[in-house]
Design a protein around this ligand. Structure first.
Ligand code: URA
Length: 239
């Protein structure tokens, strides 16, 4: 569900502010009824009319980007750094990332203009599974793995049970590769979890978001999701 004025703005009717004015003036109908109060939530099943003319429904777009390092996961950056949305500058619709990856984190990132699906996928209630591979300083051990799995305190918050696995340990270089699967998305969560158990992250890649991977995509490459993949994502949040 999304706010009526937001849906109108996305459909190119007017800015959000101007759409609010149209609503106040009684010029907007939802499913045939005039709506004048602000903040009504509508879904893609609702019919919206302005001056009795139905608004064109915005085509929903879904992309998977293999995010490179050195790119910000937001629609714009006050410091003028490259953003993940810059990869899609040829697209008229306003798309935005589903959640965030840090500036220096690489891997699977979804982008869409489907606000409803974004809200659901990022809602903790659904706990979409995200798998990360981290290169850490130090030689990781079973005690650390078990702490990561059981949950630990970061910023006064206990992380939910996770899956962790040692991929490789390199005593010569004093580094290890660890796979961590979590169902949450707190700020810098993976880095904080690994630092808390004594293994600071040097490099981080998100290998999987739900069932989606970067297979076939070089760093900085993207593809549109297939219809069956979008449907499968929607199934995940029904479960
Ligand atoms: N956890 C992190 O610490 N960073 C990310 O970018 C994603 C998850």
């Amino acid at each position: 569900m999304e706010r009526l004025q937001k849906v109108m703005a996305h459909a190119g009717i007017a800015s959000r502010r101007a759409s609010e004015k149209l609503i106040k003036e009684g010029r907007v109908k939802v499913n045939g009824e005039v709506v004048t109060e602000m903040g009504l939530n509508v879904s893609s099943d609702d019919t919206i009319e302005v001056d009795s003319v139905p608004i064109a429904k915005e085509q929903k777009l879904y992309f998977l980007l293999n995010k490179p390092r050195g790119v910000i996961s937001s629609a714009d950056d006050p410091k003028g750094r490259k953003t993940v949305v810059d990869f899609f500058s040829h697209i008229d619709q306003r798309i935005y990332p589903v959640g965030r990856l840090d500036y220096d984190t690489t891997g699977v990132l979804l982008l869409t203009n489907d606000g409803e699906l974004t809200n659901q996928l990022t809602h903790p209630k659904y706990g979409i599974e995200k798998t990360y591979v981290a290169k850490v300083t130090g030689l990781i051990n079973k005690t650390a793995i078990s702490k990561l799995e059981k949950g630990l305190n970061i910023d006064g918050y206990k992380t939910r049970p996770a899956k962790a696995r040692i991929i490789d340990i390199d005593p010569k270089k004093n580094i290890s590769m660890v796979e961590l699967t979590i169902h949450e998305g707190k700020n810098h969560q993976v880095k904080k979890m690994l630092k808390t158990v004594g293994f600071p992250v040097e490099k981080l890649n998100r290998d999987k978001y739900g069932f989606l991977t970067t297979e076939g995509l070089q760093s900085g490459e993207w593809r549109q999701l297939k219809t069956f993949e979008v449907n499968k994502l929607k199934e995940l949040i029904k479960e």
